[in-house]
Design a protein around this ligand. Structure first.
Ligand code: NAD
Length: 371
């Protein structure tokens, strides 16, 4: 079994799919490893860190004869063209974007697993890249908020008097949102949070934050949220507007799988926020939860600063890559026996993440969304 890892080429991507630790663990399973020269450098893993287990090559040499290719971001057309026909590709493949990418993968009969599609079941937790990378993004959002906020996060009692803690509102309390809450709490902010899933209330409260109840509940399939109806959106907006206006910082993380991010913070809500308040919109990559977010930009709307940061996990690439690589090892290693790959096509996790096989796109939700 030959496992290949190339340098990530997507703009802003600093992670790598193989850490020196996971390389050693794959080697112990009998795999041969090939890594492109400099592949780990932006995560601060130098070629020498892999030297005892993986040899460094050019891209073409890395991919030639590979059975399995591990990636973080989706490959470019040139990289797909360098992949061996019939090889296995595993990564965050953004399955709902760019049908042309799926055509290119199918053109080379690549068996592609998109880790965004991994079922959110207990057995898959150790492989869950959305969780590990969401935790990085949530943590980073808390730090960005604290660094940009015009106020202290903690309550401070000084000789000059006492300052009250900053008020943070987190909208969307999934993996990233809960990490944002925990980070802001550790820094001493007074945190309120909101989510449409019923289970979120207890999780928010267990982190010492206050739950904002809008009366809208929208649990969907697989532990995710569903889209809101027009009436629910209106009810949510009315109840949420007060909490948004009172906040010094709003961190938004709401997402619905396979859809653009729901717009929750409207232009009218931003107009009610105080001068100097801050929005950190984690959903910027999929359009944004704030109507005024510009992905990758920082805009000032009447004194309210709106950040749409991209590639948040890449701001802490060493740990993000470490966790991502462990997830990949946990996904792949059960199917490696005596140095050979033996997938069980009936396995719920493999079947759930399978995007392309034998020249066709096979995932039902992706086929439905892309038509
Ligand atoms: P996500 O990134 O898809 O969404 C982020 C959050 O936004 C979710 O909590 C969602 O409920 C919320 N949201 C969506 N629309 C909203 C709206 N209009 N208003 C407010 N909030 C809205 O989700 P995620 O963080 O990847 O996780 C979602 C679920 O998966 C959670 O239930 C989590 O506990 C579960 N999970 C399970 C596993 C596992 O068992 N393997 C692993 C990770 C997460």
């Amino acid at each position: 079994l030959t496992i290949a890892v190339a340098r990530e080429r997507a703009p802003g991507e600093k992670r790598v799919a193989l850490s020196p630790e996971s390389a050693r663990r794959f080697k112990d399973l009998g795999a041969e490893l090939r890594i492109e020269a400099g592949a780990g450098l932006s995560s601060h893993f130098v070629d020498a860190d892999y030297a005892d287990v993986a040899s460094a090559h050019s891209l073409e040499e890395t991919y030639a004869g590979a059975d399995v290719i591990l990636r973080v971001s989706p490959p470019s057309p040139e990289e797909i063209a360098a992949m061996p026909v019939g090889s296995v590709l595993i990564g965050l493949l953004r399955p709902f974007e760019l049908p042309a990418r799926l055509d290119a993968l199918n053109g080379r009969r690549i068996t592609a697993f998109a880790l965004e599609l991994l079922p959110r079941i207990s057995r898959a937790q150790s492989m869950d890249v959305l969780s590990s990378q969401g935790a990085c993004a949530g943590y980073q959002s808390g730090l960005i908020a604290a660094a940009r906020c015009a106020k202290f996060f903690p309550m401070l009692t000084t000789a000059s008097g006492t300052v009250r803690p900053a008020r943070v509102l987190v909208i969307g309390a999934g993996v990233a949102g809960l990490q944002a809450i925990a980070t802001c709490r550790r820094l001493g902010a007074a945190v309120e949070a909101y989510d449409v899933r019923a289970a979120a209330r207890e999780q928010i409260e267990s982190l010492g934050a206050k739950f904002v109840d809008t009366g809208v509940q929208a649990d969907g399939a697989g532990g995710y949220a569903r889209d809101l109806s027009a009436v629910e959106k209106l009810q949510q907006a009315e109840r949420l507007a007060r909490a948004v206006a009172a906040a010094d910082v709003v961190i938004t993380t709401a997402a619905v799988p396979g859809k653009a991010a729901p717009v929750i913070v409207t232009e009218e809500m931003v107009a009610q926020m105080r001068h100097g308040a801050l929005i950190v919109d984690l959903a910027a990559e999929t359009g944004g939860n704030c109507a005024l977010t510009q992905p990758g930009e920082h805009v000032d709307v009447g004194g309210v600063h709106i950040h749409g940061p991209l590639h948040l996990a890449s701001r802490m690439p060493t740990h993000a890559s470490d966790l991502y690589a462990r997830n990949l090892y946990n996904f792949l290693s059960p199917w490696v026996r005596e140095g050979q790959l033996a997938f069980d096509g009936a396995d719920e996790i493999l079947a759930g993440a399978l995007l392309c096989r034998d020249g066709s796109t096979v995932h039902p939700l992706v086929k439905h969304v892309l038509g």
